[in-house]
Design a protein around this ligand. Sequence first.
Ligand code: TRP
Length: 338
Amino acid sequence: MDKKIVLTGDRPTGKLHIGHYVGSLRNRVRMQNEGNYNMFVMIADLQALTDNAKNPEKVRKSILQIALDYLGVGLDPEKTTIYIQSQIPALSELDMYFMNLVTVSRLERNPTVKSEIQQKNFDRSIPAGFLTYPVSQTADIAAFKASLIPVGDDQEPMMEQAREIVRTFNTTYGDVLVEPEGVFPPKGQGRIPGIDGNAKMSKSLGNTIYLSDDEDTLREKIMSIYTDPDHIHVEDPGKIEGNVVFTYLDIFGKDLNKIQEMKDEYRHGGLGDVKIKNYLFDVINEELTPIRNRRAEYAKDPAAVYDMLEKGSEKANIVANKTLQEVKDAMGINYFKK
Ligand code: TRP
């Protein structure tokens, strides 16, 4: 039987953080290492440009950073095709054909796009490319006939929209494309709050822990984490709910008994914030150290990383071009085909 095709990607607008890690990177590495999937991972620079058109340098610089994050967490170019979106022309061509299969009002209803538009204060000046990026994302997926898409919970509306477009294509022109579904993180681990207690960890909010943070930075950030503002003295009873240290321990911790004991003691009073933070540091640092070290090793030779991306892009082009031909055949726009 053919292996199922797994595909996902990230916008290169900065380094990846532990939110990306628990949201999607962990799932990718697991799926890669299970060996039962044909894996594609893309650095989505076209999508990054939809709201960074005036700042292409930021996108350009971030490509290497994202590639290093990928290699750091254990994506292996021998097993996973890693490539750059803009280097696959078929994606843009498919995007043009798909654009006619969706309405503007449907795009405006996409909840993720809607909240991003608010967050970015576009007001009435929404770049057309931004509003339509779910169509481009559908092309990313459909070009590889991917059926499984490891993404964070916020991407469910994209999957929904991709399925709709694929379905419309297939009923209109013939059964060529594959309907994708998201592979989401375990319940309760999909969204990791920022170190400041904000519900979302995001670069623009300045509340992230990067995969590449060195030990000192990591310690500093963990010591600044939002806990329970009413837990002033060690002996005061403390709250677990909304306490980011415990949220992170629930996500990264392995010694569940110890964590339960700490929660009980904290709730009761007598356990200080510094103690729980020191423990959290040990837990997260243990997980990030091998990632950080591997990343630093690859960072010594950026040319080799670009070489890997170029080879990955060549492989990706072969697959995407084949689908594009099938799409054009189905649509009858293969005028010169002999
Ligand atoms: N929108 C995704 C994000 O912001 C990135 C992305 C682009 C993507 N193309 C994709 C994810 C295709 C999955 C499949 O994280």
